[in-house]
Design a binder for this molecule. Sequence first.
Ligand code: DON
Length: 308
Amino acid sequence: MVIDKVRLGAFLEKLAAEIVAREDWGKVADYIPELAKVDPAQFAVSMVLADGTELNAGATDQRFSIQSVSKVFTLASVLGRQGESVWVRVGREPSGDRFDSILLLEQEKGRPRNPFINAGAIVTTDELLAGRTPREALSEILIFLRDAAEDEDIQIDEKVAASEKRTGFRNAALANYLASFGNLKNPPEMTLGTYFHQCAIEMTTLQLARAGRSIAQLPVSARMLLPERARRICSLMMTCGHYDGSGDFAFRVGLPGKSGVGGGILLIAPKRASIALWSPGLNGYGNSQMGTYAAERIARFTGWSVFG
Ligand code: DON
């Protein structure tokens, strides 16, 4: 099906205007004090299509904290550098628990269910750190994002990283618990510091949609992943990208997505489009409330779905 780009652009404008007029934004993340300061009543969507067309609506030049969306790019970097060996340390199953839960970690002897819950992402960051300094590991993620987005102006917000470091008690618990099972190669504080910085990368929706071209396998992507790797990352985004809300997201949207507590969602229509959504108010799962709503509306409008 050929998509009418003019109609799609008009639809996104209308959707943004409709959302801005609503009042059910959800609540901003307050366990990271810097994020608690953000006004929830904001929305942006950017989309890059397979032919390179870019469509934008809302506050698409506003930078936001990508938080857990970064976990997709850390995983891609680790797989690119080390191949599949990371799967010894982290699984590929949805957890059905909150993103910061410690419950299964005890039962399953320190091997997190997947690389997108916090425990699993701490392991992939630890893997990326192997044999290198935190600065080098963070550079690798930033270089990946800058290359993929073809934009050098992508940085870490040090204030957000410091804010999470001060209050990230659950992540500290998870890192120490992982270390107690021998599933951390570096000192917990080193891995955690790197993880907090990775989560504190800030981007606009346009930058994120451009970076996502690599995951979406768009021919216009400046950084291509192996097709099998991109497909596998998308499978994990579909099954685990929204934590204990992943089933509901798949049901409503039918496309792989990865959320972050900054309110960002990277949504992938494989080989068709890379879509970035941002709205900082969160639903009960800690995923963007209006971002999820917009993803559902976009999937319905375009007919895009990995289920045919
Ligand atoms: O580790 C944390 O709690 C945050 N830096 C990231 C969590 C997150 O984004 C969950 N996503 N919705």
